[in-house]
Write a protein that binds this ligand. Sequence first.
Ligand code: NAD
Ligand code: DAU
Length: 352
Amino acid sequence: MEKKKILITGGAGFIGSHVVRLFVNKYPSYLIYNLDKLTYAGNLENLKDVENKSNYKFILGDIADEKFIYDLFSKEQFDGVIHLAAESHVDRSITNPNEFVITNVIGTVNLLNATNNIWKDNKKGKRFYHVSTDEVYGSLGETGYFTEQTAYDPHSPYSASKASSDHFVRAYHDTYGLPVIISNCSNNYGPYQFPEKLIPLFINNIRNNKPLPVYGKGVNIRDWLYVEDHAVAIDEIYHRGEDGETFNIGGHNEWKNIDLIKLLCKVMDNKLNREPGTSEKLITYVTDRAGHDLRYAIDSSKLQKKLGWKPSLQFEEGIEKTVSWYLNNKEWLDNVTSGNYQKYYEKMYSNR
Ligand code: NAD
Ligand code: DAU
């Protein structure tokens, strides 16, 4: 029997690399294609352990390149797409929104068109899975949760671009009958996250004794999920969800930024054999992020009830595991923070 061909976009990034690893190892009967442009956030080092597997293939390419995408799909005739490729950092979207429109909106529409073209005569067993974010729902006050029915209300150029791409995905389902499925997930953490995002950035700064730039008063709240639990949810939804459905994914694990940062400092002091309280001294309050959403919290009861998924790790355990991974993989951290990273860091933080 011919192997099913699954295209994963953005597989060299943080979450994508965990999804690629899970699918390559769990499904020898699939051929997994990883399409990635290898931007600053994409790194083939993230996939060293699967790169020589016979059911894995890497393709270098840009989802915003319409002709390239159309030709690739016509040639390979994929059976499924799991779409993660995106510009993903809110702060970068504030300084350069256009890139977010090009990759997140136009790139997604290119993939939808190419998929629609190759599946137009036979949609049976096919699936286009769009990986999205809870940020499309906007910001919560002190109470309540985002459900699958919450109206979209994005505030940053990043979340506006993701909201737009979600709308296009649903429109292709409603207009052309494309077999799509969407999930909206809360903040991920774990190995291989680029150190522009809060947790790996602060781990890297603590180990280098650099200031920890806390935006505003540090009172914003995020709902944290270990990245491997997200990958498992994607697997369940890809295989067992229904066409046109949306699932919220979250950790039921809300942390005020400053409390999370203090926990991280404690774990780092312990791992680095520093006096308790040493790392906390690096905390520096800086100008707030523009349009900073106050609180995200996901109601994932649909996913839990319908597909039986739940997070596997308690946060303290996940943070311990994450800190250990970064400290045991200093070379990875040093590699990704060399080159343009220094310029990025200067630009983002020198005027705060
Ligand atoms: P990331 O920035 O770590 O990785 C993005 C990947 O996409 C990189 O490998 C990059 O090279 C690739 N890419 C970027 N532009 C491309 C283009 N034009 N063509 C092809 N490849 C391109 O992102 P992440 O944190 O792993 O997020 C992955 C997806 O999950 C995104 O769609 C994001 O919106 C969504 N998401 C992220 C989180 C989170 O907490 N990180 C939470 C919910 C949803
Ligand atoms: O909710 C899901 C989203 O989570 C994903 O869609 C995004 O791709 C992902 O980047 C993440 O967005 P956030 O903006 O929540 O993550 P970030 O790590 O950038 O910031 C987490 C919180 O920490 C947020 O309230 C801002 C704050 N922060 C962040 C940085 C980088 C700081 O206080 N200082 C910092 O230097």
